[in-house]
Design a binder for this molecule. Structure first.
Ligand code: PLP
Length: 395
C-alpha cells in the first residue's frame, strides 16, 4: 500500500517539467519520429544492453509517451508505467505480461465487455483460467482463491453496472495471499480515485474516455510497481502495443484539464441522476453518490465524486429504451463515453451484445438499461433533451 500518497495536487500535471529542447519551448513538443540516432557504435551497444537510458525506437519508448506516463504516475501515486495504443491493449498486456500457462485470475463479475472476452475466450487458449466473484459477496472471494491464483482483476466503478468494490479490503486480501491486484481505473480517472493508495500493484486505464475527454483519440496506460512494469515493458516492447506519440502528446495536455473537466462532468451527472430519480417513466436510477446506490458509503470513502456516468432503466423495457434513444435530439447516440458531449448508449444491444442474456443479467444489464455519459453542456439542456425523449418514448 502506498500510504504516503493521498491524491495529487491539480498543479502537478500542469507544472510537471518536461525536458526542454534548444528552442526553449513552453509547451511539450511533438516527437513524431520512429527512431533515434545513435552517437556511435558504442552508444548503440550500450542502449541495447540497457546500460544507459535513452530512446532507440518508438515501439520501445518515445519522449511524448515518457512525458505522458510521468505525469500520470504523479497523479496515480505509482512508480512507473507504459502507454498503450488502447485501453484494451492495457488490460490485455497487464495480464498477459504477468501471467503464464497454468495461472488463474480472480476477477469481479461486472467487467467491460472486451475484458470479459479476454478472460473467457482468449486466455483459455493459453491455459490461463479465471473465476468471477460478486462484489456483493465479499466473503466468497477468499474461498475462490486457488493455489495457482496469481492476480485479482477488478473494475470499479464497473461499466455499465456502476458496482463499487472495496479497494482497501481488496488490497489487504491481495497482500495476505501475495496476489497482484490489478484495477481498471478508467471510470474513476486518477482525479476521483487512486487504487495504488489502497494497495493496487497495477492500475490500468482506457485513456480514450475521460482522460482524453474530448472524443479524439484511443489510448491506454498500465501503471504500477517498478518491478512489475519492468515485465510489462519487456512484453510490450516485443509485442508492439505502443501508443502513438501523437496520441501521447494529445493526452498529456488533456491531463492538465482533467480536474476541472471531472468536476463539471460529475456535477452534471449527479444533477441528471437526481432528476431521473423523480421521473415517472424511470424504473430505477443508478449513480454511485445517490443515497439509493447500495454502496454509496463505500463510493464516498474511496472516490472524490460519483463519476460522470448515470444509468437508468426505462419503464418501457427494451422497446422503451430503443424509442428513447431514437427520440434524442441533442445527446449523441454513439459507442463512447467520457466526452465533452453527452452520450446515451443501450448496453444490451451494443457494448455487451456479445454476452448471453444470462451473462448480462448476472452483471446487472437489464433490457431497458440506458447509460448516460454526462457531457460538459449546460445541464438544463441535457435534462431538456432527456425529458422530451421520455415523453416521446412513453408507450
Ligand atoms: C472503454 C473501456 C475499456 C477499453 O478501452 P479502449 O480504449 O476502448 O480499448 C476498458 N475498460 C473500461 C472500463 C472501459 O470503459
Amino acid at each position: 500500500m502506498n500510504n504516503e500518497f493521498d491524491g495529487y495536487s491539480e498543479t502537478d500535471p500542469i507544472r510537471a517539467q518536461h525536458e526542454r529542447t534548444d528552442f526553449n519551448e513552453h509547451s511539450v513538443p511533438l516527437y513524431l519520429t520512429s527512431s533515434f540516432v545513435f552517437d556511435d557504435a558504442e552508444h548503440a551497444r550500450a542502449l541495447f544492453a540497457d546500460e544507459i537510458a535513452g530512446n532507440i525506437y518508438t515501439r520501445f519508448s518515445n519522449p511524448n509517451n515518457t512525458e505522458f506516463i510521468r505525469k500520470l504516475c504523479l497523479m496515480e501515486g505509482t512508480e512507473d508505467g507504459i502507454a498503450t495504443a488502447s485501453g484494451m491493449a492495457a488490460m490485455y498486456c497487464s495480464m498477459a505480461a504477468l501471467l503464464k500457462s497454468g495461472d488463474h485470475i480472480l476477477a469481479s463479475r461486472s467487467l467491460f465487455g472486451s475484458t470479459h472476452q479476454i478472460l473467457s475466450q482468449l486466455f483459455p487458449r493459453f491455459n490461463i483460467s479465471y473465476t468471477y466473484a460478486d462484489i456483493t459477496d465479499l466473503a466468497s472471494w477468499e474461498s475462490k482463491i486457488q493455489s495457482n491464483t496469481k492476480m485479482i482483476f477488478v473494475e470499479t466503478p464497473s461499466n455499465p453496472a456502476l458496482d463499487i468494490i472495496d479497494l482497501e479490503w481488496l488490497g489487504k486480501l491481495a497482500e495476505k495471499h501475495k496476489l497482484i491486484l490489478n484495477v481498471d481505473n478508467c471510470f474513476a480517472t486518477p482525479y476521483l480515485q487512486n487504487p495504488a493508495k489502497w494497495g493496487a500493484h497495477i492500475v490500468t486505464h482506457s485513456a480514450t474516455k475521460w482522460m482524453d475527454g474530448q472524443g479524439r483519440v484511443i489510448g491506454g496506460a498500465i501503471l504500477g510497481k517498478k518491478e512489475l512494469i519492468k515485465e510489462v515493458r519487456f512484453f510490450a516492447r516485443h509485442t508492439g502495443p505502443s501508443m502513438s506519440p501523437f496520441n501521447a502528446w494529445i493526452l498529456s495536455k488533456s491531463l492538465e484539464t482533467l480536474a476541472v473537466r471531472m468536476e463539471r462532468h460529475c456535477q452534471n451527472a449527479l444533477t441528471i441522476a437526481q432528476h431521473l430519480e423523480k421521473h415517472p417513466g424511470v424504473v430505477k436510477v443508478k449513480y454511485p453518490f445517490l443515497a439509493s446506490h447500495p454502496q454509496q458509503a463505500l463510493a464516498k470513502k474511496q472516490m472524490r465524486h460519483g463519476g460522470g456516468i448515470v444509468t437508468f432503466e426505462h419503464a418501457g423495457g427494451i422497446e422503451g429504451g430503443r424509442k428513447f434513444l431514437n427520440a434524442l435530439k441533442m445527446i449523441s447516440h454513439t459507442a463512447n463515453l467520457g466526452d465533452t458531449r453527452s452520450i446515451a448508449t443501450h448496453s444490451a444491444s451494443t457494448t455487451h451484445s456479445k454476452l448471453t442474456d444470462a451473462e448480462r443479467a448476472a452483471v446487472g444489464i437489464t433490457p431497458g438499461l440506458i447509460r448516460i455519459s454526462a457531457g460538459l453542456e449546460e445541464v438544463t439542456d441535457i435534462i431538456k433533451d432527456i425529458d422530451q425523449a421520455m415523453v416521446a418514448s412513453k408507450d
